[in-house]
Design a binder for this molecule. Structure first.
Ligand SMILES: [Ca+2]
Length: 284
């Protein structure tokens, strides 16, 4: 039986069936079980040779089962099996973890936020700073500068700056700007939907270009509700908002048919699924 194992090993290393048969006289004990694993793992035909040159299927099955449980690395000494209980691997793991923590501490927090808080680009948000003071939604626009970004949810809680829950402060002027949020969703269930917008200051929500709800003047953060009956399928929406002075905020939720639960606009549910913006693909 030991000779058979040696034949198998040699066949694995040379990768030829003829050598497997010829090497039947190799000295026992020149190879270990670990060698069998190496051959199996290195994928150089060990399994097929084992099956061809070895009438006993034990070596084959052992090699496969051991190979599935083991991890091998190639190093200067050749292919080596990783033993996770080896102190050197534990030490190396600690070094890697400490290194990652140090990198995390050294990188700017904004950079970390950009990586881990990157939102799903479900809606396009346009911010427009106004040259003059803005007091109503329908006031004529006089844009000084604008900025476009993509957001996953309409979630800017009441505060002193326009701060998204995941994106953080958008670093835009605190006063006199307009916000336009555009998106699409698939209604998975037909029926009556309720949309709730909390805004400081005014807003207007349209779905398929029909006005659902609005408050066009300035106000502290307050909620306004609107209802619409939707067919199953694709729909588009636009939420316009303006900030004059003082506090600022904008949040929007929906409630699907037959449900009481509020979802933020952007949160998928069994009644709505939001569609990623195709124009966000090339957005830097
Ligand atoms: Ca305000």
């Amino acid at each position: 039986m030991r000779n058979t194992e040696n034949n198998t090993i040699t066949g694995a290393n040379t990768g030829t069936e003829s050598s497997t048969a010829d090497m039947g006289t190799a000295e026992p004990g020149t190879h270990t079980d670990a060698d069998i694993n190496i051959g199996a793992n290195s994928n150089i035909g060990a399994n097929s040779n084992i099956g061809g040159g070895n009438s006993g299927a034990n070596s084959n099955s052992n090699a496969n089962s051991t190979a599935k449980k083991s991890i091998f690395v190639r190093c200067k000494e050749g292919i080596r099996k990783i033993n996770w209980h080896d102190p050197s691997w534990i030490f190396l793991s600690i070094i890697v973890v400490v290194g990652l923590l140090l990198i995390h501490q050294m990188l700017p927090k904004r950079f970390i936020a950009d990586i881990f808080n990157k939102p799903e680009p479900l809606m396009r948000l346009t911010l427009e700073e106004q040259k003059t003071k803005i007091r109503t939604l329908d006031q004529e626009s006089d844009t000084a500068r604008s900025n476009i970004l993509y957001i996953d949810t309409i979630d800017f809680p009441d505060g002193t700056t326009f701060k998204h829950t995941r994106l953080g402060d958008l670093l835009f002027p605190k006063e006199d700007f307009r916000t336009t949020i555009e998106g699409e969703f698939d209604a998975l269930a037909a029926g009556e939907y309720t949309f709730i917008v909390a805004s400081d200051d005014g807003f207007r929500l349209t779905i398929n270009e029909a006005m659902i709800s609005e408050f066009t003047n300035d106000r502290p953060m307050s909620e306004t509700e609107g209802k619409i009956t939707l067919t199953k399928g694709r729909h588009s929406f636009i939420l316009r908002h303006f900030q004059g002075y003082g506090g600022v905020g904008l949040q929007a939720w929906y409630i699907g048919p037959g449900s009481e639960r509020r979802y933020l606009i952007g949160q998928h549910s069994s009644s709505l699924r939001f569609i990623p913006r195709p124009d966000a693909k090339d957005f830097k």
